[in-house]
Design a protein around this ligand. Structure first.
Ligand code: HEC
Length: 99
């Protein structure tokens, strides 16, 4: 495998790629938003804006995103997200979107 092929192979592997903020923001708005509301202030799922999540530590929030909340409609995202990506989303939710 030459160097370029290796780089392309790594880039195509979600677990090894760096979190892509643009793609993750879109996922939060569209996928999380489908239950938590477009502006994340609640729908089928509860408000997940920063003030509502203030009691969470970053690691616990990352676990909720990766594993979901069993027995509730909150699904696990482990099949779709790497740990780094889930941690990125946890930070994003805790800090809020500056835009
Ligand atoms: C199919 C609907 C659905 C989707 C999609 C969904 N959630 Fe949830 N989520 C829920 C529900 C319902 C709950 C509340 C579970 C309960 O009863 O405690 C919840 C709970 C949560 C909580 C805990 C809130 C708290 O106050 O403890 C967090 C954090 C959360 N979701 C984040 C996310 C993120 C981030 C995404 C996208 C990656 C997402 N959710 C996608 C339905 C969903």
């Amino acid at each position: 495998m030459n160097r370029l092929t290796l780089i392309l192979a790594l880039a195509a592997t979600p677990a090894l790629a760096d979190p892509d903020p643009k793609a993750l923001k879109r996922l939060v708005r569209q996928d999380c938003g489908s239950c938590h509301g477009m502006t994340l202030k609640g729908g089928l799922g509860p408000d997940i804006r920063p003030a509502s999540l203030a009691h969470y530590r970053r690691d616990d929030l990352t676990d909720v995103i990766l594993d979901g909340l069993p027995g509730t409609p909150m699904p696990p995202w482990r099949p779709l997200l790497s740990k780094d990506e889930a941690a990125w989303i946890a930070d994003y939710l805790l800090e809020g979107d500056p835009e």
